[in-house]
Design a protein around this ligand. Structure first.
Ligand SMILES: C[S@@+](CC[C@H](N)C(=O)[O-])C[C@H]1O[C@@H](n2cnc3c(N)ncnc32)[C@H](O)[C@@H]1O
Length: 468
């Protein structure tokens, strides 16, 4: 999954620029250089956040502090390449905050989205600004002399084809629960709008890494689900801890990240190594962790792991859940009944009734954070659909099929699983890259703690591919 810039350019050169030789990799190097080797109109979606030039201590031997002119020149060169590699009708999400005006009055800030806007508008490959999203977050350090900053902007640009722009937008995949239970509202939820209230990545969460500017998976999920299709290529030229690549992988997209710091690049590969390549496989992996391993690290003979998930499959009866959903969502449902249905499904999730669909949903939210925003009926429908797929593949499988399934899960998720001499080993039941720190500064040694981290580090060290 990790590749040097030399190897990246060699592969692209060899294969007349075909991206399949380099996709699903993090390239370690300068994106301004790497992008130059990529073919025109080859990427379906870009979601990225550049360095802000505010002297952040990013790891590696580059400085996040250039003269303002040099910084803007660098961004312009990168943006020119991004516009070129994007396909017509493709979308580019440019997530930014502020940089500091230099050699002037302290506190004089420059919004990066505004100062880079002309670079997107200038020919060649003039983009249109399709939407302006505000990410409103909570937390952060309090300012003393002005209002504490609580937002970033995400500009959604589209590359038109001539005078037409027709970006892919599957709003149904990201509909959210409506505030008012008004019978005129869409049964499956409302368009989420362009102000997104999402918590910043907190220390001790599964998204935490040593990177200091991680954006939340929930944001990348909203973008990638709605504005790309399965199998399409998603690029992040400043991939940092690998949030965009990880989420793209989780949704069955092809992906490519570029990151200048070898340390972040390595860490991002390990983070992506916790991720199955689609939602059904992610649920299947979570079922193995919880039902075969009991949610704890350990080693099991493959046959025994298979036996345990088959026992789970036999204990799960989905007939009642299917009936419940089809009654609630039938075409002939009177409009007046909608609020009652919405409330009843929200209650199912609130009460955690022991319904296998609610349990599946809880397992899925580790990887798909945006699920929490869906309305109860949509949440139930999508979790049931995925659970049916996993249930069918486990309950009808032979011993051999189950062994193959476990081997596939392990190959997909090297940071969690390893197959050793007829056994499957679970290194850590959750996906933390760093152990959570207690209030007293101590690190717990229970699952997810220091012991697990050591185990994970031993289990999977991504190798940098050699130059030749
Ligand atoms: C704002 S952070 C991106 C964080 C990322 N979105 C995440 O969730 O982890 C910007 C990243 O760009 C990287 N970077 C800076 N200059 C670069 C360059 N010339 N080429 C590639 N990456 C670069 C930094 O090391 C940093 O990790």
């Amino acid at each position: 999954m990790l590749i040097t810039l030399n190897e990246f350019t060699r592969r692209l050169g060899e294969d007349a620029g075909a991206l399949d030789a380099v996709e699903n990799h993090i390239v370690v190097g300068d994106c301004a250089e790497a992008l130059r080797h990529m073919p025109d109109s080859s990427v379906d979606l870009i979601h990225t956040s550049p360095p802000y030039n505010i002297d952040k201590d990013y790891k590696g031997n580059h400085k996040d502090r250039k003269a303002l002119d040099a910084y803007l020149c660098f961004l312009q060169a990168v943006i020119d390449e991004l516009k070129r590699v994007l396909k017509p009708h493709g979308s580019l999400f440019w997530q930014t905050g502020y940089t500091q005006v230099q050699n002037g009055t302290a506190g004089d800030i420059l919004p990066i989205d505004i100062v880079t806007y002309p670079f997107f508008r200038n020919p060649p490959n003039q983009m249109i600004l399709w939407d302006r999203i505000i990410w409103r977050y909570f937390g952060g350090l309090a300012f003393k002399r002005k209002y504490t900053n609580k937002h970033e902007t995400i500009l959604w640009y589209v590359k038109p084809d001539g005078y037409e722009a027709n970006p892919h937008f599957d709003v149904d995949s990201v509909r959210e629960r409506s505030r008012e239970l008004d019978k005129r509202n869409n049964f499956w939820g409302r368009n989420p709008g362009n102000v997104w209230e999402v918590d910043r990545v907190a220390f001790g969460t599964t998204e935490q890494s040593s990177h200091i500017a991680v954006y939340p998976e929930e944001i990348a999920e909203k973008i990638i689900r709605a504005t790309s299709k399965a199998g399409q290529l998603v690029l992040d030229p400043f991939s940092g801890s690998g949030t965009t690549p990880k989420v793209a992988r989780s949704l069955g997209r092809r992906w490519l990240g570029i990151e200048i710091s070898p340390e972040y690049a390595r860490e991002s590969v390990r983070r992506i190594g916790f991720q199955q390549p689609n939602e059904t496989a992610a649920l299947c992996s979570a079922v193995v962790k919880s039902k075969a391993f009991g949610g704890r690290p350990g080693t099991l003979p493959i046959e025994e792991a298979g036996r345990r998930i088959r026992i789970w499959a036999k204990s799960v009866d989905l007939a009642g859940s299917k009936r419940l959903l089809s009654t609630a969502s039938r075409k002939s449902l009177p409009k007046d009944a909608k609020p009652e249905v919405w409330e009843s499904f929200e209650r199912i999730f609130d009460n955690g009734t022991g319904d296998p669909v609610v349990e599946a949903d809880a397992l899925l939210t580790a990887d798909y954070k945006n699920r929490r925003n869906l309305n109860g009926v949509r949440r139930y429908q999508t979790a049931l659909h995925l659970l049916q797929a996993v249930h069918a593949s486990v309950s009808s499988a032979t011993d051999q099929d189950l062994a193959a399934l476990l081997a596939q899960l392990a190959a997909n998720e090297p940071s969690s699983f390893r197959i050793v001499r007829g056994s499957i080993r679970l290194a850590a039941a959750d996906k933390r890259l760093k152990p959570p720190v207690r209030g007293n500064g101590q690190t717990p040694s229970a699952p997810g703690g220091r012991q697990d981290l050591k185990l994970q580090a031993k289990e999977y060290q991504p190798a940098l591919l050699p130059d030749d």
